[in-house]
Design a protein around this ligand. Structure first.
Ligand SMILES: Nc1ncnc2c(CN3C[C@H](CCSCCOCCO)[C@@H](O)C3)c[nH]c12
Length: 229
C-alpha cells in the first residue's frame, strides 16, 4: 500500500494537517517527531523539518528511508518574486534550484556543482493532480521555478537577482533540498507554497502576520490532493 509523506519546515506548516489525521501515532526519530496516521483511508507520515536545506535533507531522507514513504508532498509558505504573486496565492514548483550554491569562480553557472543540476524538475503526474484540485476548487494556481537558499530574503536587490538569475517566481529555504533527495531516491515529489511575503524590506513583518493563514491555505490544498492520489 502506498504511503504518502507530507512535509513542511515549520510547525505552523504541518499543524493544520496533523489535526486532520486519523489513527495518529507519534514516532521520535533523528531528533525530530514523525506523525504517522491516515487521511481518507490513505497512509500518511507528516513531519516538519525545521528551517533550511540541511534539516530538510535529513527529514526528506528519513521519511523515505526510515518510514517507507513512496511519494512526498511539501506544504508551506514562500516569498514572492513574481509581481503577479500576492499574499495567500498558491504556486507549485515546476523545478527547484539553489540560489546560494556558488562555484562560479571555476566558470560554472550559479546553482551548479559537478554531477548536479541547476534546476531539478518535479513530478508531472503530481502537478496534474494539483491542477485538477485547483480546477475543482476554483482556485488560481501559478506554476514556476522556486529558488531555495539558506537565508530569509528581505532585500529587493537580492530578490530581483534571484528572480533574474534563475527565472524564479518564488523563493524559500527547503524545496531544492527535498528535490535532490527525492530525485536521487527516485521518489515522486511535489512542492506547494502559499505566499507569505514579498521577500523585500517588509518581508519579516508580513511573514509574521501571514505565516499561519498562508500555511493553512497550502495545507488544505495538500490534503485535497491526498484524496486524489
Ligand atoms: N522571504 C523569505 N525568504 C526565504 N524563505 C521564505 C519563506 C519560506 N520558509 C519560511 C521560513 C522562514 C524562516 S525565518 C523566520 C523564522 O522565525 C522563527 C521565529 O523567530 C523558512 O522555513 C522558509 C517565506 N518567506 C521567505
Amino acid at each position: 500500500m502506498s504511503k504518502i509523506a507530507i512535509m513542511g519546515a515549520m510547525p505552523e506548516e504541518i499543524e493544520p494537517i496533523i489535526t486532520k489525521l486519523d489513527d495518529l501515532n507519534v514516532v521520535e526519530y533523528a531528533a525530530n517527531k514523525y506523525y504517522e496516521g491516515s487521511y481518507h483511508g490513505k497512509k500518511v507520515v507528516v513531519a516538519y523539518s525545521k528551517i533550511g536545506k540541511v534539516f530538510a535533507t535529513l527529514t526528506a531522507t528519513s521519511l523515505i528511508e526510515k518510514f517507507g514513504c513512496d511519494t512526498l508532498l511539501f506544504s508551506g509558505v514562500a516569498g514572492a518574486i513574481s509581481e503577479d504573486l500576492h499574499i495567500g496565492d498558491l504556486i507549485i514548483a515546476d523545478g527547484l534550484c539553489q540560489h546560494d550554491l556558488d562555484i562560479t569562480a571555476f566558470g560554472h553557472p550559479y546553482g551548479y556543482v559537478p554531477e548536479g543540476e541547476v534546476c531539478i524538475p518535479t513530478d508531472e503526474k503530481l502537478r496534474e493532480v494539483a491542477k485538477k484540485v485547483a480546477k475543482a476548487k476554483g482556485l488560481p494556481l501559478k506554476e514556476g521555478i522556486i529558488a531555495t537558499g539558506d537565508q530569509f530574503v528581505a532585500d529587493h536587490e537580492r530578490k530581483e537577482w534571484i528572480g533574474k538569475t534563475f527565472h524564479a517566481d518564488a523563493l524559500e529555504m527547503e524545496g531544492a533540498a527535498v528535490a535532490v533527495v527525492c530525485s536521487s531516491l527516485d521518489v515522486p515529489y511535489f512542492i506547494l507554497r502559499a505566499i507569505s511575503d514579498s521577500a523585500d524590506m517588509d518581508a519579516s513583518f508580513n511573514f509574521d502576520e501571514f505565516l499561519e493563514s498562508s500555511a493553512k491555505i497550502s495545507a488544505d490544498f495538500i490534503l485535497a490532493m491526498v484524496e486524489e492520489i
